[in-house]
Structure formats: structure tokens, C-alpha cells
Design a protein around this ligand. Structure first.
Ligand code: NAI
Ligand code: MG
Length: 487
């Protein structure tokens, strides 16, 4: 039996909660305290196979995919209602599991989740094809049309940062399209996705439409993405794991979308409103203590305002409230694990070794819990590791630039292309930047503004395909061209 106060969880397969075949469990902890929170079922290949078979049956029996679209939409609306009714609870669970501050999850992620499920529910009744006249035939001799059909069984593997949000970004378009799903949350943050899936069942989704497999990447994730009965894999996480998933998917030529990391530039021009720019650029990198794929970890400031911006940042950083993520006033929570904190610290140490200077922060903070002070680095140049690799922690490198062509070249000098931010009062300059920067999301005088209707996804090595917006559906639908000879 689990220890008192520690919950023990199961796998969701075919609409039922079941123990893993070999009975194994793994512990999960609250990063704010280091205390054990729960025991997760540790799925292995047998469990994965059962979950995939369940999703396969639920797809092939047609109950879901042939359900009238209006009925599918109604179930998704019911799911959205339940997300809203349980918003405080979902936010609390996710906060304690992954350490992202409560206010961000409750006030940003939860409303977006409900919006997205409703937005996608709206698409369920609008998945239309086209009629296409044949170009080399008598136009009355043939009728050709396209239908858009669900791709089938989808494996969705998500990370720990913002787990309930990530789960919803994956589930909503897949379900609206008529796919069935096996979701594999991260071992560091599975509790929110488990509760979310429970709500999907409560909403009335047929058995087997949503299955959840918890466990490690090696034992649960790897067999899932390599399973021959999976038609499509959707992954969010690190580049390295993403590459492994591409290799696994290649064996069966499984369809694949990827949302990977970033090394996003944030640019402050000398004509910017500096109050707005400093707050915005700090939020860009410190949102969720930098454990966000969009983190604006390279801050370029035009030379005439560089020193002013740096001193404002230096003054602002110590005032940010750091503490237990469940405290509603906290804006800097703990990193997800001791391992993640060590990794982030090694980036800072490496930068200092390369000649950078710690302007603010840099120390571990509070004990227990995996806290790190927001850290501002100066003296960074573009070739340093800290300026090139994703850090996934509260660390920003502040660098000076002279002109527009230079900053656009430097902003684009990365293998990533997820997001970019720019602060300027010059409208033409803002549009020139937005046009020239190689990134899937560009924010002008703001940052991290997401919406259910806006597609999100990376250029270059930041990913393949989009989440949210109409484009997210493309990852879960395939079009079929039907031609009838009618004369
Ligand atoms: P990860 O990318 O390895 O994990 C993401 C998900 O993939 C988890 O559910 C994990 O269990 C699963 N997974 C791992 N190996 C797998 C495999 N071989 N086959 C199928 N699924 C597999 O990320 P992890 O290990 O949690 O963190 C490593 C680093 O990646 C972090 O330190 C951070 O820097 C970065 N990261 C970046 C994210 C992003 O969205 N850009 C998200 C999470 C981590
Ligand atoms: Mg956890």
C-alpha cells in the first residue's frame, strides 16, 4: 500500500483503471519540497500493447470515428465544461507535480485548455473536403472529391513542463478529428494528465478512445512509438529524444509531428518603451522559471539602451517572488528535479568558464526544493554554449547589438526556430523583424501570448507540424481523393 497521503495510480486502458501487468510503480515528487507525492504505474511493453490494442479496437469498431460529428462535438464541449469545473483542482495537481507556479497554470493554461477543447469541438462539424474538376477530362464525365478522414490510432508523448496544457494541446485536435489516442505523459508530471483523462471518461468518451500509459521513456514511451499498430506519433520534448522517436517511427514509416526545443531571441530596440520591454523580456525567459520551450533565453539589446536595460533587469530580478509553486503570488517556482537544476547550473558554470559574468542571481535558493535564483549573464558571445543550447531554466544572456541587419542575422544564427520577441515603437521595423526572423511564433511588444485559434509550432529543428489553430488538425487527418465516372 502507498504511504499515507501518497496516492497510487493506475493506467487507463479501454475505459478502465488497471494496474500494470507486472505491478511496478515509480515515485513522483513535489519539486517545491522534494517530498514524495504519488506512486505512478510503471507501464512496460505489455501494458503498451494492451493500450494500443484498446485504441485500435476503438478506432476500428467505428463507434467514435462514425459517430455523427455533432455528437462528437457535444462530448468535447462536455469535456471542456468539466475542465472548467475542475480548473482549481487540475491546476493544483499540476502545480505540485511539475513546480510551475499555480497562478500561471490556473490563469493561463486552464482557460486556454477549455478554449482549445471548445475550438476543436467546433471543427468536428467542419472537416470538409472539396470537389475538384479534373483538368484533362470532360468536366461532366467525372465527379472527384476529397474527404478528410482521421489518421487512426495516435501515440502522444508529452513532457513535464505544463503537463495538463501539453496533454490538452495533443488530445483536443486528435479527438475532434476522430482519432483514438494512447497518451504517455512524462514520469515527472503524470498526475495532471491522469486526472484530465479521468474527466474525458466522465464526459462520456467511448471506452478506448483515450488511453493513458504512465512510466518511463525507455519502458513505456519507446515501445509505444515503435508499435506497428500506431498510425501516428505526436511528440513534445527534447531534441535528443525527438531524434530517437524519428528513428523509431522510421521503422514503420509512422506519421509524425514534433514540438521540440528552442533558443528563442528577444530583441529590444533603442526606440522601445523600456518599461514594457524590460518586463516583457524578463517574463519571456522566466515564465515557468524558464522551463518553457519558448523561453527567450537570448536577449539582444540595442547598444544605446543596453546598460540602462541591464541595470533595470538587475534591479528587477531580486524582486520577483520565488517560492513554493502552490503559493498563488509566486512567479518563480522550483525546477522540476534536482537533475534539471544541476543541468541548468552547469550551463551557468560553463558560461562563466567561457568568460561570461553573472550579473544577478546564479545561486541555489531555499531548501528543500529544487530552486535556482533567476540568473542574468553578461559578457556572453554568440558562440558560447549558453547562447546556443536550450537551457530550460531561469537563465538569460544579455547581449548588445548595433543595427537591424546584425540583430536579425544573430537572431537567426541558431538551429532552432520556435519563437522570437521584439520590442520597438517603430511599426515598420517590427514588421521587418517579424518577416525576417525564422521562428514559428513572433511576438511584438508582448511574449508568450497563446490562443486556441493560433497555430503554434517551430521552424527548423524546433519541430514538424503545428499545435492549436486549424492547422493542428492537419496532423490528425488525411485526405482521400475519390473519383467517380458518371457518364
Ligand atoms: P524528454 O524529451 O526525454 O521527455 C519527454 C517525454 O518523452 C517524456 O514523456 C519521456 O518519458 C518520453 N521519452 C523519453 N525517452 C523516450 C523514448 N526513447 N521513446 C519515447 N518516449 C520517450 O525530456 P526529459 O528527459 O524530461 O528532459 C531532458 C531535457 O530536455 C530537459 O533537461 C530539458 O532541457 C529538455 N526538455 C525540453 C522540452 C521542450 O518542450 N522543449 C520539454 C522537456 C524537456
Ligand atoms: Mg512530479
Amino acid at each position: 500500500m502507498p504511504e499515507t497521503g501518497v496516492s497510487r495510480h493506475q493506467l487507463l486502458i479501454d475505459g478502465k483503471w488497471v494496474d500494470p501487468v507486472d505491478g511496478a510503480h515509480i515515485d513522483t515528487h513535489d519539486p517545491s519540497t522534494g517530498q514524495k507525492l504519488a506512486e505512478l504505474a510503471a507501464a512496460g511493453p505489455w501494458d503498451v500493447d494492451l493500450a494500443v490494442q484498446s485504441a485500435r479496437r476503438a478506432f476500428d469498431d467505428g463507434l467514435w470515428r462514425r459517430m455523427p460529428a455533432e455528437a462528437r462535438a457535444r462530448l468535447l464541449h462536455r469535456f471542456a465544461d468539466l475542465i472548467e469545473e475542475h480548473a482549481d483542482e487540475l491546476a493544483s495537481i499540476d502545480t505540485r507535480d511539475c513546480g510551475k507556479p499555480y497562478a500561471f497554470i490556473r490563469n493561463v493554461d486552464l482557460p486556454n485548455m477549455a478554449d482549445l477543447v471548445r475550438y476543436m469541438a467546433g471543427w468536428a462539424t467542419k472537416l470538409e473536403g472539396r470537389t475538384i474538376p479534373l483538368s484533362r477530362q470532360d468536366p461532366t464525365a467525372y465527379l472527384s472529391y476529397t474527404r478528410r478522414q482521421p489518421v487512426g490510432v495516435v501515440a502522444q508523448v508529452i513532457p513535464w513542463n505544463g503537463a495538463v496544457l501539453a496533454a490538452t494541446w495533443k488530445l483536443a485536435p486528435a479527438l475532434a478529428a476522430g482519432c483514438t489516442v494512447v497518451l504517455k505523459p512524462a514520469e515527472l508530471a503524470s498526475l495532471g494528465p491522469l486526472r484530465l483523462a479521468e474527466l474525458a471518461v466522465e464526459a462520456g468518451l467511448p471506452d478506448g478512445v483515450v488511453n493513458v500509459i504512465t512510466g518511463t521513456g525507455a519502458d513505456a514511451g519507446a515501445p509505444l512509438v515503435a508499435h506497428p499498430q500506431v498510425d501516428k506519433v505526436a511528440f513534445t520534448g527534447s531534441v535528443e529524444t525527438g531524434k530517437g522517436i524519428v528513428a523509431a517511427a522510421a521503422q514503420n514509416l509512422t506519421k509524425l509531428t514534433l514540438e521540440l526545443g528552442g533558443k528563442s531571441p528577444a530583441v529590444i530596440y533603442d526606440d522601445a518603451d523600456l518599461d514594457l520591454a524590460v518586463d516583457g523580456a524578463l517574463a519571456a525567459v522566466l515564465y515557468a522559471q524558464g522551463e518553457a520551450c519558448t523561453a527567450g533565453s537570448r536577449l539582444y539589446v540595442q547598444r544605446p539602451v543596453h546598460d540602462e536595460v541591464l541595470s533595470r533587469i538587475e534591479a528587477a530580478v531580486p524582486k520577483l517572488r520565488l517560492g513554493e509553486s502552490s503559493d498563488p503570488d509566486v512567479v518563480v517556482g522550483p525546477l522540476v528535479s534536482e537533475r534539471q537544476r544541476s543541468k541548468v547550473i552547469s550551463f551557468v558554470d560553463g558560461a562563466v568558464g567561457d568568460g561570461a559574468e553573472v550579473i544577478a542571481g546564479g545561486a541555489t535558493a531555499r531548501d528543500p526544493g529544487y530552486f535556482l535564483e533567476p540568473t542574468v549573464l553578461g559578457g556572453v558571445h554568440d558562440q558560447m554554449t549558453v547562447a546556443r543550447e536550450e537551457i530550460f531554466g531561469p537563465v538569460v544572456s544579455v547581449m548588445a547589438f548595433d543595427d537591424e541587419a546584425e540583430v536579425i542575422r544573430r537572431a537567426n544564427d541558431t538551429t532552432f526556430g520556435l519563437a522570437a520577441g521584439v520590442w520597438t515603437t517603430n511599426v515598420a521595423r517590427a514588421h521587418r523583424f517579424a518577416n525576417a526572423v525564422n521562428a514559428g511564433a513572433v511576438w511584438v511588444n508582448c511574449y508568450n501570448v497563446f490562443d486556441a485559434a493560433l497555430p503554434f509550432g517551430g521552424f527548423k529543428r524546433s519541430g514538424w507540424g503545428k499545435e492549436m489553430g486549424e492547422e493542428a488538425l492537419d496532423g490528425y487527418l488525411q485526405s482521400k481523393a475519390v473519383t467517380l465516372a458518371i457518364s
